[in-house]
Design a protein around this ligand. Structure first.
Ligand code: CP3
Length: 358
């Protein structure tokens, strides 16, 4: 196992490479973490899952903190990400949510009308989800890298609530958006409040950066995103600004939305593999840091192919304001040894013009 030193120490983390990079400051090495780094690619996670469901793990701070630490211990990544799911706050406010293996979140009673909205009550993390802050506190007490808190973006959570489960096209959600924009707006405002409450609780408990996963916004046209989603996301990022930690925004297949995303106010944007980093750099506001964007499928290829793909990403990376990541989550069948190798490659990389060099 690599870099066990990454767990158990407690230096002043405000200058950790992840946070420096997110602030656009020079770094000694490029920081790297992986979306869905805790999960089924790790045998130690699968061992925990034999004893408990995903929802049970999130409700047990010791277990959730342990699973949060697993990829940090194994891979020596530059950040931990809280082990949870984007739908856990919905379960915490009393909705019947089931996370089905191989399927994703399933909502027993979908929300499809103004009347359904009345079933949604405000999320109060201290009362509804005391395990959330406790998990963050426990994990942070053992970490020597920053912990990233996260929440689902309003469109992505709305799509699960309206569809009642995963959907390839988000057709029902988009139909509600177009047919009944007022109900849609009220639903998104509610979900932005849920995200803000959850992220505030996570930061107060020790999270040093936050990521909003608005994974499915790529299914929207720029016009629809700007009209029906952006104002709510902008308000969410404004609210998060008061927390004083870097705010990352990620959406899969959102290359056509980069200018709109830029105007929502994030400090960093996660790009998937479809947008070359140098193009993202040109199109996003210059002060916004970039995160991404190795195709997760590259981690299923033989080692030399993976090495070449990592080199291609690094060759396009900006000199400052850059965090290496995948363009989406780790595939469950990924060999974890290859992920550790990616971390070694990224840490060993030296760009000619990269400010601070050891
Ligand atoms: O990144 C991490 O390591 C932190 C943990 C994390 C999970 N879900 C745990 C999880 C994070 C950040 C998420 C976010 C999440 N969940 C998103 C946004 C990121 C993305 O992938 O776009 C979305 C859309 C979800 C909803 C969700 N939950 C899906 C689509 C699935 C997969 C279902 C499956 O089995 O294929 C889940 C389940 C889930 N969430 C797993 C994990 C580790 C795997 C299932 C399990 O262990 O039972």
């Amino acid at each position: 196992m690599l870099a066990t030193a990454a767990v158990g120490e407690n230096p002043g983390l405000s200058n950790a490479p992840l946070l420096r990079a997110l602030r656009g400051e020079p770094v000694e090495h490029i920081p790297v973490w992986f979306m869905r780094q805790a999960g089924r690619s790790l045998p130690e996670y699968r061992a925990v899952r034999e004893r408990a469901t995903l929802m049970e793990i999130t409700h047990l701070p010791e277990l959730a903190a342990e699973v949060t630490l697993q990829p940090v211990r194994r891979h020596g990544v530059d950040a931990a990400i809280l082990f949870s799911d984007i739908v856990t706050p919905l379960e915490a406010v009393g909705l019947d949510v089931d996370i089905r293996p191989g399927v994703g979140p399933v909502i027993a009673e979908p929300v499809r009308s103004a009347r359904d909205l009345r079933r949604l009550r405000p999320f109060e993390p201290a009362a509804d989800a005391p395990w959330l802050a406790e998990t963050v506190r426990l994990a942070c007490s053992e970490l020597s890298v920053p912990l990233i808190g996260f929440a689902g973006g309003p469109f992505t959570l709305a799509s699960y609530l309206v569809e009642g489960g995963p959907s390839k096209t988000q057709a029902r959600a988009k139909a509600l958006m177009l047919a009944d924009p007022l109900t849609w707006r009220a639903l998104l405002e509610y979900l932005a409040d849920v995200a803000l409450a959850s992220l505030t609780a996570q930061v107060q408990a020790g999270a040093q950066a936050v990521q909003v996963f608005d994974s499915w916004i790529g299914s929207l046209s720029e016009r629809h995103y700007e009209t029906h989603v952006l104002p709510v996301v902008r308000r969410l990022f404004d609210g998060l600004g008061a927390l004083g930690v870097p705010r990352i925004y990620f959406g899969l297949g959102s290359g056509h939305l980069l200018e709109a995303i830029s105007s929502a106010g994030p400090d960093a944007v996660g790009l998937d593999w479809r947008v070359p980093l140098q193009e993202g750099r040109l199109r996003l506001h210059p002060e916004i840091a970039l995160q991404g964007n190795l195709d997760p499928v590259a981690c299923l290829a033989p080692r030399p192919v993976l090495e070449a793909e990592v080199a291609e990403v690094l060759a396009r990376a900006p000199a400052r304001g850059y965090v290496f990541n995948l363009g989406h989550g780790v595939a469950p069948e990924t060999d974890p040894g290859l992920l550790s190798h990616v971390v070694e490659l990224v840490h060993a990389h030296r760009a000619p013009d990269r400010g601070l060099q050891p």
